[in-house]
Design a protein around this ligand. Sequence first.
Ligand SMILES: [Zn+2]
Length: 484
Amino acid sequence: MTLEKVRTILVSVPLMVALWPALPASLRQTHLSASGQSAPEVPATGPDSTLSVAAVGDALIRSRIAQYDDPGDPGFQRMVKVIRDADVAFVNLEGSVLRFSEFKGWPAAEHGGYWQVSPPEVAEDLKAIGFDLFNTANNHTADWGVEGVRMTHETLDRLGLIHAGSGMNLGEASRPGYLDTLEGRVALIGLATTFSPSSRAGAARGEVMGRPGLNALRVDRTYEADAATYDMLGALAPKVGGQLPTASGAPLRIFGVSVRPGRETRLIERVNARDEERILREIRNASRMANYVIVNSHSHEPGNQFETPPPWLVEFMKKCIDAGATTYIVHGPHRLRGIELYKGRPLFYSVGNFIYHEELWDVLPADQYDVFDLPDTSLPSDFHNARFQGGTVGAPANPVYYQSVIAVPVFRGSSMIELKLYPVDLGQHAARPQRGTPRLADEAMGRKIIDEMARLSARYGTSIVYEGGIGVWRASTKTSSQEE
Ligand SMILES: [Zn+2]
């Protein structure tokens, strides 16, 4: 909810009283609420009401950021205003958020690449700068095991923040979080296509309890090889611990996968039918229970270096819209991807990074140090130095990780009527303690980011233009001139 809307209501009550005798009878038809104050006959949520959503990608947040919301830091303050001015604001929260001194669990053997944990104050800061919708399904959901998942929920619940994507069983992980606003009820459904295998939530059945974890959309992968490749793999299999077909027509096993003979050599990827059906069912339910349904997934596929999503994800996203989603937001690849409009609703193929404190994690399990063979006397900064070599290799050396947007679509009913993209600079060249903290980009970088979004979106027929320092969506020249 915007402060301005609250203010408008507060201001309009005395104004109505002052103007009362002068108002036409039709406008004076009100009913008295329990408190005795007059309330309008027509609810705010009607066919003409709109909802604006500020959507960002990954928050890998380890240090506090609310201190930058200060006139001395105008880039940060202007960014916060964009988030707060939207009716609702969405972020992907990556990692566990808990008081480590109270943590009674263990780091998981299977994790999201690195074990990420932050103190509850970072969630307080995300709330303070305006976020109210949190996705918790991603490859870092269960870095700190079931207890990490449980305590993160506790942190978010204590702050009254709406979250979706993980739970104490599959039912809880799959269900929507609901946020009630003056503009209508918003449902959030979170899921991950990239996740560590043991972080997948399981359903309760009979006398067996459900398994805590995240709402997973598995992708079933099968391999086919043309005749020449199949023969080559057949000759290789016995030498590398593989297995030749046990019956005619059966696949051969090599490098941990099954390969069938086919017309061409290819990887076939299909979303798991059971997962897909469960998620679509939840979307259909949410669309009957709320005015707007925001679906989002953490999807690194096909890899962070690619600027387009895999075909199976695009197909799945469109099925979600068909089932009743208002929009689908992808995050995970740490880079921007394009925007496609499908049936008047936007598919964000990746909204990129938002906060990237990747060099500030300071509670690391022994295995983390083992990755770089560091001695027992090593401390967190030694690990980060070994991983990023002072920011000269890996993510900190890649500008793509530090240039992003806040996407602000505005919805009326089932359609997007407006879209603005605010370019964000995560400070690639700042010192380590500040690197990865977002601010609205300056003009030069802002134009570069928006031009990139225009290029990435053009392939889907979506027109983004740079205007007044931000990116603006143009439905099409024809439509906009007709509307004017
Ligand atoms: Zn991720």
